[in-house]
Design a protein around this ligand. Structure first.
Ligand code: F6R
Length: 648
């Protein structure tokens, strides 16, 4: 490997470590300013000719990945709007509804919420009611205290500690004054700072669901029996495949007969519908015990699709994404910005971009990007990576780059989301819906697309010969899916390794170069779903302090796939081995591993660099999965996490 690439990878890697503790930051703990409360929610609504309540329950069970500590439904009935809500998951609400059934309703909204601090409770659960208004909210109203103070001054009292109740009260106050839902929503939201997607019922307007979004995701959909809203299309796949993405700040009014989009000038237009390629099956477990396992098994197909759609005549070609060879030629350096696993994908991509395409590339944690602004120069391209397309920190970084006039490119899985809409250019990964909170196929396809971009730049700019470009994309499209399949056949070995990890509190992953980048993803995967503390360490760095944590029995998993570096990593393995570590080595078939070096060896198919990398990825994903499964963890919905992190 060239020295510059090595240095840059190390720099990139260092940007994601806590300089004080040396540990990798967990990117998930986003607290609501002031209260320490954390909000990441899913909303849904329906109005039409069918019974709305079963639809709400079904959709909310899909949206639970966005948050799952309290849940509620509001349904319009003859007597007004009934609200049923509770702390806990959908089954608690279902139990409550069995005891006190709601009358049939054709117009309803629902919500599933996530709070770690500030206490999930019945009263804080959505929907919230204020006067004539009942609403559900995904997002955060930053100035809610100031608004609450003002409303208290006019006699309003609040039952919950949420910003959402304040939003409901403000809309209600405006509605009392103006008597018109659209005007009330516009006037109230003009006063709100922050991010929101609202589904709103007015108790004197039967059959109408009002909608607005700014900063939080929301789509409308059209079914045979009425119209829907939801945070995410997957929640509506059981009912329809026709959707319409909501623009920022746009108000919509849904009735049984229409979905009208309203503009500021009082004009209105019927929503225009698109058809999603997602199917209801794509959002179901399909016989697997967990979505995560299903999604790991979907990786071969997802990579194949993400890569093959960018191969024309055997060569990399992004013209179907609207990206021309001239654009690639204009790129002189790249800044990759993302969070968590997406940022880890960036670390792999950076190395390949430098090594194959010769483009200097740095990787940045999105939440830090604006506070430690990087230097831009002529030919800088900012690449943001996001599975969900809604991550607030990544979006803020994208907006920062755009505000400085820098060209931006988004690599995103979820279509019609905010990040690809705002970026100058976009490349979609074709992972399909990813439901498990911990990403697997999302990460996998991000890496494959980055690798394709590197091949495209390298070939277009004449940095690799045509045969190498052909061989690279061919390996990505064929060898990589096969290598993943080969690893999935080794499940028994992963179970054995997992059994060796479950009784430990601390685990280490070590690796050098690309294997270090993979160690970081491996470590994140293990800790987030199994709750076992795990650190990723550059193998050569261990002896500069961290080795003091190695005790007899401490599990160390060493990834050593680079033939040029394997000897050096083996030396580091011997260092921990002699202090009693229990070592698992992950290396290419044919690597000569001295018997005393490792307790367990996972052999990867000895093929192209890409195939080996994806094989090692599959191994570490499966080790994490089997460990969490043995510990009985909630694999698809690990504690304190949510899939879409839509607040900063
Ligand atoms: C870890 C994980 C997270 C996400 C991160 C970014 O398994 O899923 O680290 O990668 O929150 O999310 P997206 O890619 O949606 O921007």
């Amino acid at each position: 490997m060239r020295a510059t690439a090595k240095q840059s990878l190390l720099q990139s890697v260092h940007t994601v470590r806590n300089p004080a503790s040396g540990t990798v930051f967990s990117e998930y703990t986003f607290f609501r300013k002031g209260t320490g409360e954390i909000i990441m929610c899913g909303i849904i609504g329906f109005t039409g000719t069918a019974n709305a309540v079963p639809k709400m329950l079904k959709g909310l069970s899909v949206l639970e990945y966005r948050g799952y500590d309290s849940v509620g439904i509001a349904a319009q009935t003859e007597g007004g709007v009934d609200v049923v809500k509770c702390k806990g998951r959908i089954h608690v609400l279902e139990e409550k509804l069995r005891e006190e059934p709601l009358p049939e309703s054709h117009c309803a909204i629902g919500h599933t919420r996530w709070a770690t601090h500030g206490g999930p409770s019945d009263v804080n659960a959505h929907p919230h009611r204020a006067g004539r208004v009942v609403l559900v909210h995904n997002g955060i109203i930053e100035n809610y205290q100031e608004l609450a103070e003002e409303l208290r001054g006019s006699g309003v009292t609040f039952l919950s500690q949420t910003d959402t109740e304040v939003a409901a009260a403000l809309i209600n106050a405006c509605y009392d004054r103006l008597g018109d839902p659209a005007a009330a929503i516009r006037q109230a939201t003009d006063r709100m700072r922050g991010a929101y997607a609202f589904g709103i019922l007015f108790d004197n307007r039967p059959g109408e669901v009002w909608v607005i979004r700014r900063g939080s995701p929301l789509i409308l959909a059209k079914g045979k029996d009425g119209f829907y809203l939801a945070s995410d299309m997957t929640a509506l796949l059981p009912f329809t495949n026709q959707y319409c993405a909501m623009e920022e700040g746009r108000i919509a009014c849904l009735t049984a007969a229409s979905a009208m989009l309203l503009d500021d000038a009082g004009g209105s237009a019927a929503a225009e519908w698109k058809t999603t390629a997602m199917t209801p099956e794509s959002a179901q477990k399909g016989g697997y015990p967990h979505f995560m396992l299903k999604e790991i098994h979907e990786q071969p197909g997802a990579v194949e699709k993400s890569v093959s759609s960018r191969i024309v005549g055997g060569l990399p070609d992004f013209s179907a994404d609207g990206i021309t060879p001239d654009f690639w030629k204009s790129v002189k350096n790249i800044q990759i910005v993302a969070c968590g696993s997406a940022m880890h994908a960036g670390l792999v991509g950076a190395r390949v971009l430098e090594e194959m395409a010769g483009v200097p590339t740095t990787v940045h944690i999105a939440s830090e990007y604006r506070y430690y602004p990087p230097l831009f120069s002529d030919g800088t391209l900012v690449v943001v990576i996001s599975q969900s397309g809604e991550t607030a920190d990544t979006l803020a970084a994208l907006r920062y780059a755009k505000s400085r006039g820098i060209p931006t490119l988004a690599i995103v899985n979820a279509v019609e989301t905010t990040i690809p809409r705002e970026a100058d250019r976009r490349i979609y990964t074709y992972a399909g819906p990813e439901i498990a909170v911990a990403t697997t196929k999302g990460y996998c396809t991000q890496v494959s697309v980055l690798w394709m971009i590197a091949a495209a730049i390298a070939y277009t700019c004449g940095r690799i010969p045509e045969e190498q470009a052909r061989a690279t994309v061919d390996a990505l499209a064929k060898e990589v899916p096969q290598a993943i399949e080969d690893m999935l056949a080794k499940r028994e070995q992963f179970v054995r390794i997992a059994k060796g990890l479950v009784d430990h509190e601390h685990v280490f992953y070590i690796g050098r170069g690309l294997d270090y980048a993979m160690s970081m993803e491996a470590s994140l995967k293990l800790k987030e779903i199994s709750y076992i503390h795990c650190e990723a360490y550059a193998a050569g760095e261990l002896k500069h302090g961290t080795i003091s944590l190695i005790e007899p029995g401490t599990p160390v998993l060493a990834i050593a796939t680079d033939p040029g570096l394997v000897d050096k990593t083996e030396s580091n393995i011997r260092e921990v081995r002699s202090r009693g570590a229990q070592v698992t080595m992950i290396c290419r078939e044919g690597t000569q591993v001295p018997e005393e070096s490792a307790d367990e060896i996972v052999f990867l198919p000895n093929r192209s660099e890409a195939a080996v990398l994806f094989a090692s990825l599959t191994a570490v994903q499966m080790i994490a999965y089997e460990t969490a499964a043995r510990l009985g963890c909630d694999i698809d919905r690990p504690r304190n996490l949510a899939k879409s992190v839509t607040v900063e």
